[in-house]
Design a binder for this molecule. Sequence first.
Ligand code: AMP
Length: 119
Amino acid sequence: MYDQNNIFAKILRGDIACQKIAEDKHFLSFHDVHPKAPTHALVIPKGSYENAHDFTTHASEEEIVGFWKGVNTTVTTLNLTQDGYRLIANTGPHSRQEVPHFHVHILGGHDLGPKMVMS
Ligand code: AMP
């Protein structure tokens, strides 16, 4: 059951401010408040989806394409295409997902090392 009071739902409603990077009708991207790399952005869909599985199962094809184009727009805006970046989508308890609104982390700005963990 999607929690309408999660922090990203509040950001989408405008109840809480964010450091916005890009936005259109399908997505919003903003800087992570506790960055784990020189560049650490989050991309969220506008629809109410709890995690990657919920999003991919229930979102329309238009929403899914719009979201991933939003990831690409954000990567381009942050000038990460040349040196590269890492995408992470924590999903569910074993991933330790903290915020129950689907989001993709974009990490970059230096060599991220061989590990898949963020810290
Ligand atoms: P996850 O563990 O994948 O759910 O990650 C949630 C991320 O949201 C963490 O990296 C937090 O630092 C970040 N975060 C939490 N609250 C905010 C906020 N108000 N603005 C920006 N980032 C946030």
